[in-house]
Design a protein around this ligand. Sequence first.
Ligand code: G3P
Length: 220
Amino acid sequence: MRPLIALNLKVYPESLGRKGLELVRIAHDVGKETGVRIIVAPQAVDLAASSKIHKDIFAQHVDWNAEGAFTGTTTPEAIKAAGCLGSLVNHSERRIGDEAIGKAVARLRGNGLESMICTKDTPESARLAVFEPTFIAVEPPELIGSGISVSTAKPEVVSGTVQAVAKVNGTPVLCGAGVSNGGDVRKAIELGAAGVLLASAYVKAKDPKNLLAEMAEALL
Ligand code: G3P
């Protein structure tokens, strides 16, 4: 599998409305220029507009059990209808428990959508790999938003997770938390990761295009 970059725009003021769509456009341009797969997870209200700009759009969260008389939820079917390719599942800031994770992945798959299960460590990654998501993204919670990359501060989490998941079924493993520059990305790939998942460094960058291009080059 070719390595990839996944960008979670979260709900930062810097990714709100037009600013968020501009971040999607930049990701689209860098992906086109470098040939690197770049998944973007914009704010929920921007999913449909984002998928008109870039085809590789994921939701940040999906509600596996909603249908019909539920309020304020996002279903896999709605994500699909909005033109998206998949969803993050169980992000550290939106943890849902093992049973819900399995059901969310299955319902996404049933709709022909991809899934990226976020995990906090190696044992959780190996345990959740049995649900056969498209990707696993391991992110030590204490490094999220820290600017200190998991690939530098906790390389053993990256390599250990890659090895543990390889023993289960070989689901591609991304790593995230604090990933801030091309060097962090290069290190992640050297440790065996299939790519990186990041948020704040991209969303808050003075020059997001330059940063993303540097990260994409580091993958090649
Ligand atoms: O979803 C990615 C995220 O949790 C990592 O955040 O800001 O450390 O890149 P950040």
